[in-house]
Design a protein around this ligand. Structure first.
Ligand code: AMP
Ligand code: SF4
Length: 465
């Protein structure tokens, strides 16, 4: 779990919104706090008092950006917020969200999770029409598209969404209303909850508990929910919809206490671990099961339960090492490893270990963990990965890497085994995951290469915007 050794892998973002609550901004802060795992590079909150929208944002963690004095400045009953992990666009302040526009039609703020795959084309067209972009984030495109369209705010959003391809879950705050939108494939999660006599929207359901909201339902693919004086109203921007939630949400990104499309993340991870053990039945001899903290612990528990092998805490994560730790030289990088993760020698010494991790991206993490465990005296290490080989880049908001950096695009399982110096390496298949989830209605594109939208990019030439 988690790339302990390289900080460049990009994740997700988190969006949150409150409609009709006297402490909207404060609650948005608590909600974003529960979503902090989805992005640590920037955070922001925008609030509307019915007349205008104020926004405070900055780079870093939520706690770096907000102190109680700042929150008091954000008045009003409606609010949206964002935690950012840069996918498209850099890490500069102008790319931190929400992005606010003050136009003839009034004030508007948007917070976005996902990635628009035809962003370059749309931006070029908008610039040819005289639109000026302040940052390099594709989220700004949404605002420009909405502003250019004609009709009511809802019609403008509908028309703007029809022009965008890719992954987007976003919340839009206007002076009096709040909108929650999900792309027609439902690639990124977005859910709605009731909060006293108002509403709450969040990327993950775990944030509802932290504000005392009651889960109502997921936003449907292609749906636009409007929260206003009329209550909750539902619309669609297209009837051409499918359920294709990102499989990596279950595998790695989301918090274990979140439910996505009716499935609890922890339960799914544990079942994936059980599936790994079933595939090993009668084949692998080991003494203990060790999970790489945190997100692989559930799969390791599942493996242990199914196989009857004891689960042991063979790896310890130091929770207080910042993610922005700078590691310029090899020695410093090695030191970084030791600071972030330790092998529990008294547990692993002389043991044959089933080592469970959720995924392998570039292979760096696994190679170093195997070395760490061997250095602590482990005898054999059998690597078990609770997902399939990741051989294709993601264009939907997870910049996992370029294709050539993905180790499973270059190495067979046997070569990977040699490279990591493990005794064996095994993955789940897509069919295994479908069995675990009980549905094939997900995106598995980084494992299969079957992308769910047109791409507008050459997958071998994936570049950062
Ligand atoms: P790597 O060293 O590149 O193979 O990284 C693999 C590790 O990173 C695994 O332990 C995963 O849990 C974690 N991981 C997978 N996807 C991501 C991502 N998009 N961002 C950060 N870490 C990730
Ligand atoms: Fe998720 Fe992979 Fe699909 Fe990207 S390509 S949305 S990471 S399943």
């Amino acid at each position: 779990m988690h790339n302990y050794f390289l900080n460049e892998i990009k994740e997700e973002c988190g969006v949150f919104g409150i409609y009709h609550h006297p402490q909207a901004a404060q609650l948005t802060y608590f909600g974003l706090h529960a979503l902090q795992h989805r992005g640590q590079e920037g955070a922001g909150i925008a609030a509307s008092d019915g007349k205008t929208i104020d926004c405070i944002k900055g780079t870093g963690l939520l706690s770096d950006v907000f102190h109680s004095e700042e929150l008091k400045k954000l008045q009003g009953e409606n609010s949206i917020g964002h935690v950012r992990y840069a996918t498209a666009g850099g890490n500069e302040l102008e790319n931190v969200q929400p992005i606010v526009a003050r136009a003839k039609i009034g004030c508007m703020a948007v917070a976005h999770n996902g990635q628009i795959v035809n962003a370059d084309e749309l931006q070029e067209r908008l610039e040819n029409h005289g639109n000026i972009f302040h940052g390099s984030s594709d989220s700004e495109i949404i605002l420009h598209l909405i502003q250019r369209e004609h009709g009511t705010m809802l019609e403008k959003i509908q028309k703007a969404c029809q022009k965008m391809e890719g992954a987007f879950s976003f919340v839009i705050l206007t002076e009096r209303s709040l909108y929650a939108v999900r792309d027609k494939n439902g690639l990124r999660p977005l859910s709605v909850a009731a909060l006293e006599d108002g509403y709450c929207v969040s990327s993950e359901t775990c944030a509802f508990d932290s504000v005392g909201a009651r889960f109502l339902r997921d936003v449907e693919p292609g749906e636009i929910i409007k929260f206003s004086d009329m209550g909750l109203e539902t619309f669609h921007y297209t009837s051409d919809t499918r359920h294709r939630i990102c499989a990596m949400e279950y595998i790695y990104f989301s918090r274990p206490d979140s439910d996505i499309e009716g499935l609890n993340v922890h339960t799914v991870r544990k079942a994936s671990g059980k599936r790994l053990a079933q595939k090993d039945k009668g084949n692998t001899i080991a003494d203990i099961v060790v999970g790489v903290p945190d997100s692989s612990v559930a799969a390791a528990m599942g493996y242990s339960e199914e196989s009857g092998l004891p689960y042991e805490v063979g790896l310890i994560k130091n929770r207080y090492v910042g993610r922005t730790f700078i590691e310029p030289t090899q020695e410093q990088r090695d030191m970084g490893v030791k600071m972030k993760l330790s092998a529990n020698a008294s547990v692993v010494k002389g043991k044959r270990i089933i080592l469970v991790d959720d995924s392998i991206v570039r292979g760096t993490t696994m190679k170093r963990i195997v070395a760490l465990l061997k250095g602590a005296g482990a005898q054999e290490i059998h690597v078990r990965i609770a997902s399939p080989e990741m051989a294709y880049p993601c264009f939907y908001g997870v910049d996992t890497s370029t294709k050539k950096e993905l180790i499973s695009a270059r190495y067979t399982c046997e070569e990977l085994c040699k490279y990591t110096r493990a005794s064996s390496v095994r993955f789940l298949t897509i069919d295994d995951l479908i069995g675990v989830y009980g549905t094939d209605k997900l995106c598995f594109a980084c494992f299969s290469g079957n992308y769910v939208t047109p791409l507008f990019h050459d997958i071998n030439q994936k570049t950062e915007k």
